[in-house]
Design a protein around this ligand. Structure first.
Ligand code: FMN
Length: 365
């Protein structure tokens, strides 16, 4: 039976262990250029013992940006800066995937050059996002009603994903992960609570899955299926989402992705964000639908991760918050060491403090 510390052969490469780092927005890229800095380089380098790092969400275009300080992957300067990050991780023997992000409606004109965001439909919602005030302090603001993406804009959107994928390759990433989770653009299309379209992108499950699958096909066409993963969060209750048929949509997507031999399926379990706990029945249904590599994420510790790996429901576990405070998390889990606590006042925005200054374990001789 596999343990967290066993290697894992993904279609694109072999990860040295099954303790992956989950994508986490930290809002530290200076605006307006949204270019990662040497702080990002050091942060990811410190965490290179993860079997795979998935970067924070990285916007594919200005339209895809929702949070001040989130970096991009659509300008040459951004590509060059990410190259320094991937080089640093590779020099430590690590692997790193970039999470390709379009936030859809979870945004604010402040970070969009004055316009509201786009979504499947122009439905008002209660969501909020985080921007920075003139002094650089992170503040939470209401996200206004978005405008519905027009049919004639979809080819351009797909091209934005292709362009970001080309850039990710040029920047030296080992894979791309399409962000199809947590209530952002692609889930806004999948979800009945956010998609009221009456064209071929709305209505039936097949129609609501169309845009996410077109994005997958576009990104795969730009690289290949082995180097493309996707993150999904069926049933999450987040940024205004509350899906009655989330489970069915999750299984439908898993089957479609299996047909495409995608590099991995990254499943966000809903309980970390106020949703129900996933049961093993659902885990089994996803496993039956997707025989490839499954990564599970959401409030995992060593015991829960071991159980899910041993049950065969996932092949790797992505840890989020524990990696913020424990750059050497794999080593700590291996010896059962105590974990550092996260300083939640320093998670979003700011500088090196609470970002690259968490201590590694002291070696016991
Ligand atoms: C500070 C923070 C930022 C996050 N940003 C992202 C993100 O950019 N993309 C994403 O898919 N999930 C994001 N998440 C969700 C995490 O990837 C992960 O699924 C979640 O934290 C649950 O895992 P954990 O219990 O191990 O922290 C974020 C979570 C946290 C705590």
């Amino acid at each position: 039976m596999p343990t967290l510390h066993d290697s894992l052969a993904l279609p694109a490469f072999t990860a040295t262990n099954r303790i992956f780092m989950a994508p986490m927005t930290r809002m530290r890229a200076p605006e307006p250029a949204d270019i990662p800095t040497e702080l990002h380089r050091e942060y990811y380098r410190q965490r290179a013992t993860a079997g795979l790092i998935v970067t924070e969400g990285v916007q594919i275009s200005l339209e895809g940006k929702g949070y001040s300080g989130a970096p991009g992957i659509y300008t040459d300067e951004q590509v060059e800066a990410w190259r320094a990050v991937t080089d640093a991780v590779h020099a430590e023997g690590g692997r790193i995937a970039i999470q390709l992000w379009h936030v859809g409606r979870v945004t604010h004109p402040h970070v969009q050059g004055g316009t509201p965001g786009v979504s499947a439909s122009a439905l008002p919602f209660e969501g909020r996002t985080n921007i920075k005030d003139a002094d650089g302090n992170v503040i939470s603001v209401d996200a206004p009603t978005p405008r519905a993406l027009r049919l004639d804009e979809i080819p351009r959107l797909l091209e934005d994903y292709r362009h970001a994928t080309r850039n990710a390759r040029a920047a030296g990433f080992d894979m791309v992960e399409i962000h199809g989770a947590n209530g952002y653009l692609l889930q806004q299309f999948m979800s009945i609570s956010t998609n009221a379209r009456d064209d071929q992108y709305g209505g039936s499950m097949e129609n609501r899955a169309r845009l996410p699958l077109e994005v997958v096909d576009a990104v795969v066409g730009e690289w290949d299926a082995a180097h493309v993963g996707i993150r999904l969060s069926p049933m999450i209750k987040f940024v205004g989402l509350d899906d009655a048929d989330g489970m069915e949509m999750g299984i439908y997507m898993a089957r479609e992705l299996a047909d495409r031999d995608l590099g991995y399926l990254h499943l966000v379990e809903p309980d970390w964000a106020g949703g129900p706990e996933l049961d093993d029945e659902f885990r089994t249904a996803v496993r039956d639908a997707f025989p490839g590599i499954i990564i599970a994420a959401g409030s995992y510790d060593r015991a829960k991760g071991t159980r899910v790996l041993e049950g065969g429901w996932a092949d790797a576990i992505a840890f989020g918050r524990p990696f913020i405070a424990n750059p050497d998390l794999p080593e700590r889990l291996a010896v059962g060491a105590d974990l550092n606590d996260v300083d939640f006042s320093r998670v979003y925005g700011g500088d090196a403090a609470g970002y690259i200054d968490y201590p590694v374990m002291e070696t016991v001789r």
